[in-house]
Ligand binder design. Structure first.
Ligand code: AHR
Length: 326
């Protein structure tokens, strides 16, 4: 309770010295009166290998930092996330963190957190909100850049080729920050190449089964697909299954570029089933705990923390695989 009181006092612009004098004793270095930070964390679900690694990272980092983590899995539903966040507010957690399923529709619950004086840290995905100062920091990758790097690879791969290249896109969850931004970056990168044609684009919901199902439909409707842009590894791996079932060779008859670079995706790249990967690092736990500790200690934190990503060719995947952490 004292941790949140300190955060609220600081966010109201009350001088820390005055607050401490009123308390009669100084706070612990981490801002805690009782020494333990309680964090309410609402996770999207378990839709992908990336998500599983992200959940593990948050849970392990909380335990290493001595943070009391209240974890809730929303099973891909925004209403479940809102209920979880409300429940955490009710329980009086010190800090809230969540990875929003979709970008919009959070104003009411963010206002409730703000009114309760509980700082919010966005992890992985951003929100659009009209609530001023709705969150203290957003920790996550640059999804537009990820899409752009995937698109740049496609441009280079087909540079100098005049014949049309038929591209299909397996999109992430409709309305989700990474789905919107990866589309934006990819379209931007290929826009100056008139022979690169996106002939179909549909959501596979970031799941392997969704990617497989949509790819099966694409293959039936379009016998001449040259390349798949899968907005995550799992959908790309689903596409591999669909392409093989259609009697074609993934990576050769139909090229695949995907985002995430989880171990499964890297193995597909090393085996020649994928052709290029853009990384999205899920190991956000330690940075999240660090941000929470700083916020509750009244220290300034950046409004945006961008997690850097790499890209991988087949050879680079072969070299990186033995030490891949996720
Ligand atoms: O928000 C990150 C995305 O969500 C990952 O790329 C995807 O695998 C996950 O489901």
């Amino acid at each position: 309770m004292r941790k949140r009181a300190l955060f609220a006092a600081l966010s109201l612009g009350v001088a820390i010295a005055t607050a401490l004098a009123a308390c009669g004793s100084g706070p612990a270095p981490d801002g805690a009166g009782d020494g333990t930070i309680t964090m309410g964390f609402s996770q999207v679900g378990a839709e992908s290998g990336w998500r599983t690694a992200n959940t593990k990272s948050v849970q392990e980092a909380a335990s290493a930092a001595g943070v009391d983590l209240k974890f809730s899995d929303a099973n891909g539903k925004q209403e479940n996330q809102i209920s979880a966040l409300r429940s955490f507010i009710q329980q009086g957690v010190d800090v809230l963190a969540f990875s929003p399923v979709v970008r919009t529709g959070w104003d009411a619950v963010l206002l409730e957190a703000k009114n309760a004086g509980i700082p919010v840290i966005l992890t992985d995905r951003a929100v659009d909100t009209t609530v001023p100062d709705a969150y203290v920091s957003f920790l996550g990758a640059d999804f537009v850049d990820e899409g752009r790097r995937a698109g740049q690879w496609v441009v280079e791969e087909y540079a100098g080729q005049a014949e049309p290249v038929n591209i299909v896109i397996l999109e992430g969850t409709t309305g989700a920050d990474p789905a919107i931004d990866r589309n934006t970056g990819f379209e931007e990168a290929i826009s100056a190449s008139p022979n690169l044609n996106v002939i179909a684009s549909q959501t596979g919901d970031f799941t392997r089964s969704g990617g497989k199902q949509v790819m099966e439909a694409f293959l039936k409707a379009h016998p001449d697909i040259d390349l798949v842009f899968a907005q995550n590894d799992d959908m790309g791996l689903g596409a591999v299954e669909a392409i093989q079932a259609a009697g074609k060779t993934p990576g050769q008859d139909i090229k695949i570029v995907a985002v995430d670079a989880t171990s499964d995706g890297m193995r597909a790249l090393a085996d020649g089933k994928f052709n290029f990967l853009v990384e999205c690092n899920p190991l956000l736990g330690p940075q999240l705990m660090d941000l929470a500790e700083k916020v509750l200690a009244g220290e300034p934190v950046p409004a945006r923390v961008v997690v850097p990503d790499e890209t991988f060719t087949t050879q680079q995947a072969i070299e990186a695989l033995p030490n891949r952490q996720y």
